[in-house]
Write a protein that binds this ligand. Structure first.
Ligand SMILES: *Cc1c(COP(=O)(O)O)cnc(C)c1O
Length: 389
């Protein structure tokens, strides 16, 4: 195992001891499904996918109440309910609700607010959320206030009588900045208990971080990413009083190997990953997470041309605008997910044109490292003057 993360066995064991201690029964919870035997008739081992959008009523005509718990697909579906109860169980939540996408789940949270309500939005976040909060909610009279620090005291100072939510995403996309969920939750709740702390936990999934355990009120997931992990599902989910799905420890082992490799590469200016000691919130990651995600950001030497040349030269990493899939993906946030942000806002967040975002998948670490290495040297050939300045 140690070899994946570039550590000796002894170093790896001592690193494991530092992590937030996992719940003993987590693996069992992740595997055990709560199927009501009456719901599916054939006793199948794996949950059947029910595609029917309508369910037959029995009893006297037109009495919708007399059904087996399901009558219309949008209101409830047996497969969806199994997924939701699995999510609730894993995130330590009382409830989980599935949505048609991450954005639909985010919208459902904001839609409980009314005109004049105030949201404190802690930067930075994934491109879709950022766009919604910057441009969309104001059409409904919701006031979104952006803050560029995660410091709990600064967040508390922005609280007004109309404040209803504090919106967090940690690690943030694509800067991988961390927010101390526990510190922000307790600071805000000590002022007003009814302010909802919402945490977009898409990068981590309940396997690696469980916001409700740390004091947050709502966990938000784009299941399209790590929760699905195969890039063949679009789905979102909310957990309140907690929830989750599964991505393996193996993944962050692989990812850390890649991050260490990049940190020592002469074509790379700087690597950002909460698993690296150089990350400003490395200790916070150990305190509040159970592991790391496969998201890695780094600054390639040079600018947009070098960034593009690097992406074009990759052979295993695919250039695709998503993350959290079994296949490794790479993107330049300044020209993709965050391209619509005004330049000054982008730069304030540290999203420069040479910032590369990697979503490390399940391929072998050695092969991924070889791919990064050849692409970096192709983009920044050593003989080009100033190539390594
Ligand atoms: C992709 C993403 C979303 C949006 O989810 P969709 O499933 O694409 O609607 C929200 N939050 C984060 C952190 C994401 O990466």
């Amino acid at each position: 195992m140690g070899h994946y993360i570039g550590l000796s066995d002894a170093e790896f064991k001592s690193a494991l001891l530092k992590w937030r201690k996992p719940r003993d029964d987590f693996e069992t919870l992740a595997i055990t499904e709560t199927i009501d035997p009456g719901t599916f008739s054939a006793n199948s081992l794996v949950t059947p996918i029910v595609t029917s959008s309508v369910f037959i009523l029995h009893g006297p005509a037109a009495k919708q109440q007399e059904h087996k718990g399901y009558h219309y697909g949008r209101c409830g579906n047996p497969t969806r309910n199994v997924f939701e109860s699995a999510m609730a169980r894993l995130d330590g939540a009382k409830h989980a609700l599935a949505f048609s996408s991450g954005v639909a789940a985010i919208s459902a949270v904001v839609q409980i607010l009314s005109q004049g309500d105030h949201i404190i939005y802690v930067q930075c976040t994934n491109g879709d959320s950022d766009w919604l909060f910057r441009h969309k909610w104001k059409n409904f009279g919701i006031q979104v206030e952006f803050i560029y620090t995660c410091d709990p005291e600064s967040i508390v100072r922005l609280i007004r009588p109309s404040t209803k939510m504090v919106w967090l995403e940690t690690p943030a996309n694509p800067t991988l900045a961390l927010v101390d969920i526990g510190a922000v939750s307790s600071a805000v709740h000590s002022v007003r208990k009814d302010i909802l702390i919402t945490v977009d936990n898409t990068f981590m999934t309940p396997v690696l971080q469980r916001p409700l355990e740390l004091g947050a009120d709502v966990g938000i997931y784009s299941c399209t990413k790590y929760l699905c992990g195969h890039a063949d599902v679009t789905m979102g989910c909310l957990t309140f009083n907690s929830d989750e799905l599964f991505k393996k420890f193996q993944e962050n082992q692989i990812c850390m190997g890649v991050a260490h490799f990049l940190e020592n590469h002469e074509c790379v200016l700087k690597v950002i990953h909460p698993g690296l000691k150089s990350h400003p919130d490395h200790e916070l990651a150990l305190k509040q997470q159970y592991g790391h995600s496969g998201m890695v950001a780094f600054f390639v030497k040079g600018g947009l041309n070098e960034g593009n040349a690097f992406l074009d030269a990759l052979k295993i990493f695919q250039r695709a605008p998503s993350l959290g899939s079994d296949v490794s993906l790479a993107s330049l946030p300044s020209t993709a997910s965050h391209s619509w942000l005004p330049e000054d806002e982008r730069l304030k967040l540290g999203i420069t044109e040479n910032l590369v975002r990697l979503s490390v998948g399940l391929e072998s670490a050695d092969k991924l490292i070889q791919d990064l290495d050849q692409a970096l040297y192709k983009a920044l050939p050593p003989h080009i003057p100033n190539g390594f300045s």
